[in-house]
Design a binder for this molecule. Structure first.
Ligand code: HEC
Length: 110
């Protein structure tokens, strides 16, 4: 009985994980893995601090809150880098993932 109980707990846990994964919008995982380390909210993130200094409050310093970026602009910066932001190779972020990321950063937050 104990074996069956723990097996059903495991099945429930697996189903919960699958549902959560299905709920994650495309691009969010890529953003959290490669971008949030520098662009999340707060003073400890060099992308956020640099963009705060660049725009002086004219636009949000947190990348995910920006409304003025186009998908093409995001793709350009990701493939070319800027200042201390590195270029991301296709082995790190594939073209498909970059499309999802650019859409996520420009549409997902309406
Ligand atoms: C190592 C830190 C770092 C990482 C990782 C990083 N960035 Fe950046 N990013 C920066 C910095 C710093 C700037 C600002 C450079 C400057 O002074 O113009 C920047 C600028 C940008 C800009 C230009 C915004 C503007 O208005 O000038 C975009 C778009 C951008 N990053 C997107 C991304 C995306 C998407 C990712 C993830 C794939 C990412 N960055 C990962 C540090 C980083």
């Amino acid at each position: 009985m104990i074996y069956i109980a723990s097996l059903s707990t495991l099945v429930v846990a697996m189903l919960t994980t699958a549902v959560q994964a299905a709920d994650t919008p495309p691009g969010k995982h890529t953003y959290e893995r490669w971008c949030a380390t520098c662009h999340a909210a707060g003073d400890d993130f060099p992308g956020t601090v640099a963009l705060r200094a660049k725009y002086k409050g004219a636009v949000p310093d947190v990348l995910i809150e920006r409304q003025d970026l186009s998908p093409d602009l995001i793709k350009y910066f990701v493939r070319n880098g800027v200042s201390i932001m590195p270029t991301f190779r296709k082995t790190e972020i594939s073209d498909v993932e970059l499309n999802e990321l650019a859409n996520f950063l420009t549409k997902a937050k309406q």
